[in-house]
Design a protein around this ligand. Structure first.
Ligand SMILES: Nc1nc2c(ncn2[C@@H]2O[C@H](COP(=O)(O)OP(=O)(O)OP(=O)(O)O)[C@@H](O)[C@H]2O)c(=O)[nH]1
Length: 184
């Protein structure tokens, strides 16, 4: 899970691993949990890594952290401009570290899912509009990095729309893992 400082990654991570909202400390570099997720009648074991969004910690994440990653969960705060603007920075970071790990070309990069967080907070003028989010997704799709950006809005606070993105993440990760194994 990648995204800016305080974009809501840990709150989602805690929801998915069954910890109570607000009853946690944030990881200083990263936190890890193993969780079995049911998709299409198949139980899939997932290793989920939450990261600290503050730059002073993420610069510690070297390329080996990204080795064998099968899907990235890219998070931004729906009400905080910087976290949206920095999505490209996070995606570049993710892709460049994967390429450094020996993936030969962009077509072999792992998939990602985009999550807009804190959907329980009413949208205001400073919130990120649906148009801008759609435009961002179209730009990425236009670059041929990914066929379709899977986008979700969640509220960890209200436990809303947490399972659905993780089903998609698990499916994408499983497909990617299977196809990369074949190539290898
Ligand atoms: N209203 C609301 N607040 C949220 C939600 N998710 C997180 N928050 C709050 O947003 C703040 C940051 O959330 P975190 O989950 O710690 O964010 P993070 O991205 O893990 O932050 P770093 O670990 O510092 O990178 C905390 O005060 C949370 O309580 C949500 O769904 N709704």
């Amino acid at each position: 899970m990648l995204g800016d400082y305080r974009s809501g990654k840990t709150a989602i991570f805690n929801e998915i691993v069954g910890r109570k909202f607000g009853s946690y400390t944030n990881p200083s570099t990263f936190d890890y949990f193993y969780k079995e997720i049911m998709v299409d009648n198949e139980l899939v074991g997932c290793n989920i890594w939450d990261t600290a969004g503050h730059e002073k910690f993420t610069t510690n994440l070297n390329k080996s952290f990204y080795r064998d990653v099968n899907c990235c969960v890219l998070c931004f705060d729906l009400h905080f401009e910087d976290s949206f603007k920095n999505l490209n920075k996070w995606m570049n970071e993710f892709h460049s570290k994967c390429l450094e790990n020996g993936l030969e070309n962009m077509e072999l990069l792992p998939p990602f899912v985009l999550i807009g967080t804190k959907s329980d907070i009413p949208r205001t003028d400073i919130s990120i509009s649906n148009e801008r989010i759609e435009q961002w997704c179209k730009n990425i799709e236009g670059q041929g990095i990914i066929d379709k950006v899977h986008y979700f809005e969640t509220s960890a606070k209200l436990s809303q729309n947490i399972i659905m993105p993780f089903n998609t993440i698990t499916k994408l990760a499983l497909n990617y893992s299977n196809s990369i194994q074949k190539i290898k």
